[in-house]
Design a protein around this ligand. Structure first.
Ligand SMILES: N[C@@H](CCC(=O)N[C@@H](CS)C(=O)NCC(=O)O)C(=O)O
Length: 211
């Protein structure tokens, strides 16, 4: 039995895992879950992932991993090269720190905007089996947060090729997905964010970015 990856190609969260698996050269069977038709909330998919989200990765022994962090931890142990979570203790700490920052301040801010403002997500402000109403103020706040995030990341990237450490890591994967996801809410780096744009052009050119 091979690995089975539950995916929805246009969505940002499964793309994070696809890029990571591509960097590692890990192969899998791809199963699409139609988020547009709310297939993630259906009985069949809930049997696989009761949290109703993608990505999910089913391992050869039937274990299902339902979080990007878990998929990354599995992949690093399953195929250690190239390391994407850092090699030394300090590197591992830095990668976890920056990945969490990019996820919490970048990805979450954009999701806050989209989920609290788009018509198609009216009762879906938070993922999962329970419906939550939109809070328009969170959408407004998310827009402020993402602009501050771009400023912060531009400062971090001054004189650096990668976000967390001296080599490409999962923090760069999350960052790349955040910048592309920002296009969904029609924002992105400003002309003055030269370091952020230099880094974005370089990571976007990696073959895995197409995964
Ligand atoms: N913590 C999860 C979050 C996954 C997530 O939020 N996925 C979104 C797609 S980007 C989803 O499944 N949405 C389903 C929904 O909106 O109901 C991870 O990153 O692994």
């Amino acid at each position: 039995m091979s690995l089975v990856f539950y995916d929805c190609t246009p969505a940002p969260s499964p793309r994070r895992a696809r890029i990571l698996l591509a960097e590692k050269g890990i192969e899998y069977e791809n199963v699409q879950v139609d988020l547009g038709n709310r297939e993630q909330l259906g009985e069949e998919y809930q049997k696989i992932n009761p949290f109703c989200t993608v990505p999910a990765l089913k391992l050869e022994d039937g274990t299902v991993l339902t979080e990007n962090s878990g998929i990354a931890a599995f992949a690093e142990a399953y195929k250690p090269d190239p390391p994407l979570l850092g090699s030394t203790p300090a590197e591992k700490g830095l990668v976890a720190t920056w990945n969490s920052k990019v996820e919490g301040e970048g990805l979450a801010a954009i999701a806050e905007v989209l989920r609290n403002s788009s018509k198609g997500m009216q009762d879906r402000a938070i993922t999962g089996p329970v419906n939550y109403a939109q809070l328009p103020e969170l959408a407004e706040r998310g827009r402020q947060r993402i602009e501050n995030f771009f400023n912060m990341l531009n400062v971090r990237l001054k004189g650096r090729d990668f976000i967390a450490i001296d080599t490409f890591s999962v923090a760069d994967i999350t960052g790349l997905v955040v910048l592309d996801f920002a296009k969904w809410i029609k924002t992105g780096p400003k002309p003055e964010h030269e370091d952020l744009k230099r880094w974005y052009d370089a990571v976007s050119a990696r073959p895995s970015a197409k995964a």
